[in-house]
Design a protein around this ligand. Structure first.
Ligand SMILES: [Zn+2]
Length: 115
């Protein structure tokens, strides 16, 4: 069972690798250390996401994986909540000058117009 999952993970990882190679040969510019580091982190994250999706479906999980999955799920939920709040809290715009104000503001932070 776990073997199958790891096999399909390898296939996906190879596909991701091929895509990256295509991209590299496409834009042959030299990357700076920071860009390379970022690129590496992005690929690690991508790989992690692939494994995450596969492991979530797996029957046998180690405690470490189990904990990571629940931690990621918790953070994802928190992020969704956070984004929702950001949208509602910052959605008040001044009718006078168009400045963005937080939802609980009574007067515009820029021109003082009553919101
Ligand atoms: Zn204003």
């Amino acid at each position: 069972m776990l073997e199958d999952i790891l096999d399909s993970a390898k296939t996906i990882a190879t596909a991701v690798g091929q895509k990256t190679q295509e991209l590299v040969s496409y834009s042959k510019k030299k990357l700076s250390c920071i860009e390379l580091e970022n690129e590496l982190q992005r690929n690690y994250a991508k790989l992690g996401k692939v494994y995450f999706a596969l492991l979530q479906e797996a029957d046998e999980k180690s405690t470490e994986v189990e904990e990571l999955i629940s931690e990621i799920n918790r953070l994802e939920e928190e992020l969704t909540e956070c984004k929702k709040q950001d949208c509602t809290e910052n959605s008040k715009y001044c009718t006078q000058c168009g400045s963005e104000n937080s939802a609980e503001s009574v007067f515009c932070c820029k021109c003082g117009h009553k919101l």
